[in-house]
Design a protein around this ligand. Structure first.
Ligand code: IMP
Length: 424
């Protein structure tokens, strides 16, 4: 049977999805993005160069694979064109390899302005300011602009004009909105669109035809399950569905065609932006993780908050995503610790909770309960076989597998393609 796999981040994003998609790509014929936009930053090391992809699926560096930007994504055409130019420098023939859904919505200048206005307020979310939330807002308010609307053009300028007018009424103090002209947005949009119009198609039909033809498809999630609109730490979330369920809606692949879910998690935990984070560290241990893990956002360069692995949160995301296989990344960052903590419960006013509460207030009030495991104090970087892994590291993996009741299939021990161990 052909494989249709969703690859999903199980934490607050930045789990290392880009590298894992790149590694798994040779086993697939198509890689498709199903949600989010240029807020994602998937890092791949290719030909000894580091690339950060925001919109193009991470399978693009594997020859022969088709890459799809699905209907559930939101596309900043300017950012996409810049990225296409970068990828083309590697002599990758985008024209035959990249497909863009006509049903995806476009991010316009005013979305980014509104994102920035919202972020200037005291109750900010800590977004990437890429216009993601305001674009999805328009989509669900039924006034968004789809890629195919640009192709057909009819009523486009009027729509842009109405939307801008509406925003000026909501944010009368915004000088930037006042300065924007609908004609300018329109012209720029047509110009940016002209560079990609040959890539636009009904990707839901393409993907379903690939399934009929017995091809393997990898659905690449962006962000992470704890940022999902429904399952994340609302309101400190992104505005889409990174969870596996989002993959069906965001591509048009029926749910009963998806047959595996690979969940990725980092050996510790990070978060960018605001919101509760029970195991966050403010001491030297957090600093060590931040430095050894180079924990700065691939999209915004912001410092990522660091903390111990939270198994309560992970068990919850394993559950809501139906994870069939696990991948652990950045294990080597923990090489130097004498002891490693993993959170196995939450103490709420003296009661131990073992289910993840999505209420941000409750999540801010609880205290993590830790199981302390022995560190392995050896470099994992050079190890190629699972049998050579240090015993304390093996115990650490077994503890996680037993808690989550899912097998860890891959162990990533560094940024490059080669630094991966298959756990038999
Ligand atoms: P937005 O997606 O830009 O609206 O940001 C909403 C929240 O999601 C903020 O806390 C961001 O830091 C977070 N976020 C968005 N994209 C990513 C990502 O790719 N990695 C990690 N966090 C992200």
């Amino acid at each position: 049977m052909n494989k249709v796999t969703v690859l999903v981040g199980l934490q607050w994003g930045d789990e290392g999805k880009g590298k894992i998609v790149d590694i798994l790509s040779p086993y697939y014929d198509v890689v498709a993005r199903y949600q989010g936009g240029a807020n994602a930053g998937h890092t791949i090391v290719f030909n000894n160069k580091k690339y950060v992809l925001h919109l193009i699926p991470s399978g693009i560096f594997t020859e022969k694979i088709k890459c799809v930007i699905g209907n559930g994504t939101v596309i900043d055409l300017e950012a996409l064109n810049e990225e296409i130019d970068i990828v083309k420098e590697e002599n990758i023939d985008i024209s035959s390899r990249l497909l863009i859904s006509g049903n995806a919505h476009v991010i316009l200048k005013y979305h980014k302005i509104v994102d920035a206005i919202n972020e200037s307020k005291s109750n900010k979310i800590g977004t990437t300011k890429k216009g993601i939330g305001p674009c999805y807002f328009d989509k669900y308010a039924r006034r968004g602009i789809k890629i195919q609307d640009i192709a057909f053009g009819v009523g486009l300028l009027e729509k842009i004009s109405d939307n801008l007018e509406n925003l000026r009424r909501i944010f009368p103090e915004s000088y930037e909105l006042k300065e924007l002209s609908p004609e300018m947005i329109y012209e720029e949009l047509l110009n940016q669109f002209s560079k990609v119009k040959n890539l636009v198609s009904d990707t839901h039909i393409f993907l379903n035809n690939m399934i009929k033809g017995n091809k393997n498809i990898l659905l690449e999630g962006a962000q992470g399950a704890l940022l999902d609109v429904d399952f994340g730490t609302y309101p400190f979330i992104t505005s889409s569905h990174p969870t596996a369920g989002g993959a069906s809606i965001g591509t048009g692949i029926p749910v009963n065609k998806i047959n595996s879910v690979v969940g990725i998690f980092k050996a510790y935990l990070t978060r960018v932006g605001e919101g509760p984070f029970p195991t966050e560290l403010f001491d030297i241990n957090g600093k060590i993780m931040s430095e050894r893990g180079n924990e700065f956002g691939a999209t915004t360069g912001r410092h990522r908050r660091c903390g111990w692995l939270d198994l309560v949160a992970l068990k919850y995301t394993v559950l809501v995503n139906g994870v069939t296989d696990l991948v652990i990344t950045k294990s080597d960052v923990l090489d130097v610790f004498d002891e490693i903590n993993v959170c196995t419960g939450y103490d709420y006013k003296g009661n131990i909770i073992s289910e993840f509460p999505t209420n941000p207030k409750l999540l801010s009030d609880i205290k993590p309960v830790y199981k302390v495991l022995k560190g392995w104090k050896l470099s994992l970087n050079e190890i190629k076989e699972s049998s050579d892994l240090p015993d304390n590291f093996k115990s650490y993996l077994s503890f996680i597998e037993d808690y989550l009741e899912v097998k860890i299939k891959y162990i990533s021990t560094g940024p490059s393609r080669e630094e991966i161990i298959i756990n038999p």
